[in-house]
Design a protein around this ligand. Sequence first.
Ligand code: SAH
Length: 245
Amino acid sequence: MTAGWVVVAGLGPGADTMVTPEVSAAIAQATDIVGYIPYVARIAPREGLTLHASDNRVELDRAAHALHMAASGARVVIVSSGDPGVFAMASALFEALEAAPQYLNTDIRILPGITAMLAAAAAAGAPLGHDFACINLSDNLKPFDLLARRIRLCAQADLAMAYYNPRSASRPDTFGKVLDILRTECAPHTLITFARAVSTPDQRIETVTLDMARDDMADMRTVVLVGNSATRKLGRFVYTPRKAL
Ligand code: SAH
């Protein structure tokens, strides 16, 4: 029996051309793929490969399952969208490992991917060309007060911001409240880019000023890029100059 391993791999934002060669190579060598249903659906089935698709809220079980299978010789790839270290499975794997230290000697590798905000920024121009912050608007694992404080402080520091998980059926109000915070901290002409389903056939990129932004412009397939005070439009592009105002 060959030695098992666990790879946590990022599949990028959607397009096959944005999957890195090292991620493709790991998938080609895998015996088992573990992950959230829509991400596992991106893996082509083949003989000798078992696909284990699971629901969204079971990250820790999924990670423990991967460690357990690797201990019996399986070559497991845990798939995430984008980059596995950005609000995804890499931290979940280490949380599971901390809870199950008997697996500490497992051969584990984290393979990076193109995260949504970088694919979105490239599609829009260069809105993240100066300092920026990357924030998860999901309050599943974080109280709203902490989220609100971080957004307020980032806005006061004139950081551009990228928001992941802006809106879901279970949290319909969060993004509207975030827009209200931005309206108290930023100028009305601050540019906001809504980048939906980037790199897929459904891609839609729309840039509006803060005073025109509405919470229903975002959904769970959208990453939201908020400019700093220097972010501007140039033809069809949005960019942030490298120099602070
Ligand atoms: N690990 C992923 C993020 C997972 S959280 C990454 O690095 O990209 C899921 C959130 O990512 C979504 O709610 C959305 O905000 C963002 N996202 C993922 N893929 C996207 C895409 N193709 N276009 C726009 N946003 C995307």
